[in-house]
Design a protein around this ligand. Structure first.
Ligand code: NAD
Length: 361
């Protein structure tokens, strides 16, 4: 498959098409549009792995009873700056937004909020939640575990034991764009391997092992049987972060950790520990923004190394992708698109209507 096989879609039509599919699950009110907007935004920000390509998985999870529509976070612990919420297997896109709104309100009241959110269905791009908090001038720290097939091997292990456990930190600035550091603790997100597998592409070495623990560049080893595993980033260091995400995002959030054999279900639950801090309340002598921005200027003054066009700050690649893709559209490979249309059909939604909506500019 070559890039000329991809179709370019504009955000507006695709938002409508995806909302139609989500609504066909019985999801109602704002929810179908919330899910669609969140997924399309992930594509616009360059993270196709967490965009509309997730829809077939969500539909299968819904049909199996793993994903529940029209849910709200259930408050289990409510003690000032401490919130313990259960996501009730609801769409991560709506549960995540509601939970983050609650955490923002607490952080504004108390200067800090520590929120555990367990049992949300897939929360998508975790940077989305950091951006929501950062837009309210709050620092936002997230540790997340993934309850689904354990695709990532511990450092020194030859098989998957945990998920791609992302961590994310958002830091607001006054006169600069915010820092949004947001990544999987695996070398690469599992969804990116699905995208590469669908495109028929090899990936670079050092990311994957096959079912015998040998290095491979074939992304299919984490998509179809026989299964190998993803490696963590930074060898033992990434493994340590993944472990912490499992313990804080899983054990402390109430969502639980992964410790069983995978049974083939499509559901994917995330547990998330979020820590929101109001920097103005912790700041001594109004230092924080001035010092942060002085450091940013210092960083930007660095000479650029051979082979690089510039030094980027976390969050910048997503803003660059957003600028280009909002204008030109974003690419969807034919396999992913056919899977989305097939998912619509599983919900008795004619594919022609979805295709027509998606093609609207
Ligand atoms: P990635 O490897 O693309 O890294 C993204 C991070 O690195 C961003 O903060 C980005 O701004 C920064 N970055 C990228 N290029 C840079 C450069 N040249 N210079 C400086 N900074 C740069 O991300 P990933 O690990 O593939 O994760 C992709 C998405 O998947 C994330 O949004 C993550 O939250 C999401 N994810 C979600 C789950 C889940 O279960 N919900 C699981 C894993 C990952």
């Amino acid at each position: 498959m070559t890039s000329s096989d991809y179709k370019l879609f504009k955000a507006e039509g695709m938002r409508e098409a995806i909302a139609m599919v989500i609504a066909a699950t019985g999801s109602s009110g704002r929810e179908p549009q919330q899910v669609a907007d969140n997924l399309v935004l992930a594509n616009l920000k360059g993270h196709d792995s967490h965009g509309i390509g997730m829809v077939p998985r969500y539909v299968d999870s819904f049909l199996e009873g793993g994903l529940k529509v029209n849910q709200q976070p259930l408050s289990k612990i409510d003690a000032g700056p401490l919130l313990g919420l259960d996501g009730q297997a609801g769409f991560g896109q709506s549960i995540g937004e509601a939970a983050t709104d609650m955490a923002i309100a607490r952080a504004k009241e108390h200067g800090v909020c520590v929120m555990g959110l367990g049992h949300a269905h897939h929360l998508g791009r975790i940077g989305h939640w950091a951006e929501q908090a950062v837009s309210q001038d709050l620092i936002s720290i997230h540790f997340v575990n993934v309850l689904s097939r354990p695709t990532v091997a511990p450092w020194g292990g030859a098989a998957g034991r945990f998920g791609t456990n992302p961590c994310c930190i958002g830091i607001p600035m006054r006169n600069e764009a915010p820092v949004i550091l947001d990544y999987a603790t695996s070398m690469v997100a599992q969804g990116k391997m699905r995208v590469a597998h669908n495109k028929g592409e090899e990936v670079r070495s050092g990311m994957l092992i096959d079912q015998h623990g040998h290095p491979t560049t074939n992304p299919s080893v984490v998509v179809v049987e026989p299964l190998g595993a993803l490696l963590t980033f930074g060898e033992h260091k990434g493994f340590g972060m993944a472990l912490v995400c499992e313990l804080l995002g899983g054990a402390l959030s109430g969502g639980g950790t992964w410790h069983k054999t995978y049974q083939g279900e499509n559901k994917v639950y995330n547990g998330m520990l979020s820590i929101l801090i109001d920097p103005k309340r912790l700041d001594q002598d109004d230092h924080f923004f001035k010092e942060s921005e002085a450091f940013m200027s210092w960083l930007r003054s660095v000479p650029v190394a051979p082979g690089f066009d510039k030094v980027r700050i976390a969050g910048e690649p997503e803003r660059e992708a957003m600028a280009t893709r909002s204008k030109d559209g974003f690419p969807v490979d034919p396999t992913t698109w056919q899977e989305i249309l097939a998912a619509a059909e599983k919900l008795k939604l004619p594919r022609a209507g979805v295709e027509q909506a998606a093609q609207r500019a």
